[in-house]
Design a protein around this ligand. Structure first.
Ligand code: EPZ
Length: 421
C-alpha cells in the first residue's frame, strides 16, 4: 500500500500533458473483440483499470501487448466467460458482454456488483440485449446472454453510458438495423462510434441521443487514437484555481470535449485561453473562486465525474456554493475527509452546501473512490502544511503519472509506503 504526501501552499505553474481518456479507452479495448483482424489503439493511458481489462481480454483469447499503443488481436475467442474475480475488480468489464454476444452468440459475465459510489445495476444493459434478440439468464451471480442478434429498437428510460456502449458494439454485427433512443451522448461514446466506423461499422447519429446502426457481417482491422481525458483535464484546471497558479493543459480538442465542465469552471472564476498545444487555465484577474450552484447531469451537462473535484475547489470560494449529485446515490464520501481539512460542507440528501473558507489545513485523509481521491489531492495542494492521502490505489485507476505531472509544475508531492492502512 502507498500514500501520497503533499506539502501544500505552492502555486502551480507549467504544462500538464493530458493522457488518453480512461472512459474511452476501456470500451475501445472491448471493441477489439469484434474483429479477428486486430484493432490498434494509440494514446492509451497507462492505468490500473487498463491493466485489469488487458488481463480479462487475454483470458478471452486476445493477444495484447501493453503500452501507450496496443494492438488487440483476437483471431479466435477462446472463452466467452468473464469470471467474478476479474469483473469485481473493475465493473467496466461488463463491456465485454456485447462484443462476445455479437461475435460468438454467447457471453457469460459475472454480475459486476456495486461499488463505493452506488449499487450500479446493469438492468438497462440486459433489457437492451433482449430488445435485439438475446436470451438473458441470471444464475449463480452470472448473467448468461445467448442468441443470434437481430436489429431492433432500444429505448433507454434513463441515460446510461455503459449500456449505450454495450448495445452499440453488439448492434454492429446484428442482422438488420438497430435504433438506439435516449442514447448517452458523452464524448467517449462518439469516440467509440468513430472507431467502430473505422472498423467498418455503419452508424449514423453519432453525437446525438438517437443512434442508428446497420448491422454488417464482420468488422475489419483499424487504427484509432483515444481522445484526451476530459475529467483529468478538468481536475488539473481545478488545481490551477486552488493554488492560484497557471497551467497549460496539453491535448487535442480539449475545449470541445470539456463542454460540461468548462462552463461550470468558468462560472467558478477560471479563465481558459486556447493555445496551439491545448488550453491555458488560471483564475481571473481578481484571483477569486466564485461560488456556484451545480447539478450533475448526463452530457452535455456538468459531469458527475467532476463533482468531487469541483467540491474541493468550492471549499475555497467567496461566499457559498451548492452541488447536487443526481447520477449516483452515494458520491459524497469525500465530504467528511474534506471537512477534516477545515472545509465547511453540509449534506442534505443529494445536495451539499459548501461555505467557502480562506484556508484548508493539511491532515491525514482516506481515499474512498477514484474521484474522491483526486478531490483530496486537490485540497492537499491548497492546504497549509502536510496532507497524507491513504489508499491511493483508487487514484491509480484513473490518473496516469499524477505525482510526476504535478511535481514538474511546482507541487511538493511524493508517494511513500503507507504504514498498513
Ligand atoms: C460510466 O459509468 C463511467 N465509467 C463513470 O465514470 C461515469 O461516472 C458514468 O458513466 C456516468 O457518466 C466508465 O465509462 C468506465 P451509467 P457507467 O450506466 O456506464 C444507473 C469514473 O469515475 N444504471 O451512465 O456505469 C447507474 O446506477 C467512473 O471514471 C442503472 O440503473 O454509468 C447510475 O446511477 C465512475 N442501470 C446511472 O444509471 C443500468 O443498467 C448512470 O450510470 C446502468 C446504469
Amino acid at each position: 500500500m502507498e500514500k501520497i504526501v503533499i506539502e501544500g501552499g505552492y502555486r502551480l505553474q507549467g504544462e500538464i500533458p493530458i493522457s488518453g481518456a480512461k472512459n474511452a479507452a476501456l470500451p475501445l479495448m472491448c471493441a477489439g473483440l469484434l474483429t479477428r483482424d486486430g484493432l490498434t489503439l494509440h494514446n492509451l493511458p497507462l492505468l490500473a483499470d487498463i491493466k485489469t481489462l488487458t488481463q480479462l481480454l487475454t483470458e478471452l483469447g486476445c493477444k495484447i501487448v501493453n503500452g501507450h499503443t496496443v494492438t488487440i488481436l483476437t483471431p479466435n475467442i477462446t472463452s466467452t466467460t468473464a469470471p467474478y474475480d476479474m469483473v469485481r475488480k473493475m465493473r467496466a468489464s461488463i463491456l465485454v458482454l456485447g462484443p462476445l454476444l455479437a461475435r460468438e452468440g454467447e457471453a457469460i459475465v459475472s454480475l459486476p456488483g456495486g461499488c463505493a459510489i452506488g449499487n450500479r445495476p446493469i438492468d438497462l444493459h440486459l433489457k437492451a440485449f433482449e430488445d435485439i434478440g438475446a436470451t438473458i439468464e441470471l444464475k449463480d451471480g452470472y448473467v448468461r446472454a445467448s442468441g443470434k442478434l437481430k436489429g431492433g429498437t432500444v429505448h433507454f428510460p434513463t441515460v446510461s453510458v455503459g449500456a449505450t456502449e454495450n448495445i452499440l458494439m453488439a448492434a454492429c454485427l446484428a442482422d438488420g438495423t438497430t435504433i438506439i433512443e435516449n442514447a448517452a451522448q458523452e464524448p467517449e461514446i462518439s469516440d467509440l462510434a468513430h472507431c467502430l466506423v473505422a472498423m467498418g461499422a455503419k452508424i449514423s447519429g453519432i453525437g446525438t441521443s438517437r443512434l442508428e446502426v446497420e448491422g454488417v457481417p464482420e468488422l475489419h482491422a483499424a487504427e484509432y487514437t483515444v481522445m484526451p481525458d476530459r475529467i483529468e483535464a478538468g481536475s488539473y484546471a481545478a488545481a490551477a484555481a486552488m493554488t492560484g497558479g497557471e497551467l497549460e493543459l496539453l491535448g487535442h480538442n480539449l475545449k470541445e470535449v470539456m463542454t460540461g465542465s468548462l462552463d461550470m469552471l468558468k462560472q467558478a472564476g477560471l479563465v481558459f485561453t486556447e493555445t496551439d498545444r491545448g488550453l491555458l487555465c488560471r483564475l481571473g484577474p481578481e484571483g477569486r473562486i466564485i461560488g456556484i450552484n451545480a447539478v450533475t447531469q448526463p452530457y452535455p451537462g456538468f459531469p458527475t465525474d467532476m463533482q468531487a473535484q469541483l467540491m474541493a475547489m468550492m471549499t475555497l470560494c467567496d461566499g457559498a456554493s451548492v452541488i447536487t449529485e443526481t447520477i449516483f446515490e452515494n458520491r459524497f464520501m469525500h465530504v467528511p475527509e474534506l471537512c477534516r481539512m477545515g472545509a465547511d460542507i453540509t449534506v442534505n440528501g443529494s445536495t451539499a452546501t459548501i461555505r467557502g473558507t480562506n484556508k484548508l489545513l493539511g491532515a491525514p485523509v482516506m481515499a474512498t473512490d477514484l474521484r474522491a481521491s483526486m478531490s483530496l489531492v486537490l485540497a492537499g495542494l491548497a492546504a497549509q502544511d502536510i496532507t497524507e492521502v491513504m489508499r491511493i490505489y483508487h487514484l491509480d485507476r484513473g490518473y496516469e503519472r499524477l505525482v510526476q505531472k504535478l511535481k514538474v509544475c511546482g507541487a511538493k508531492i511524493s508517494r511513500a509506503p503507507a504504514d498498513g492502512v
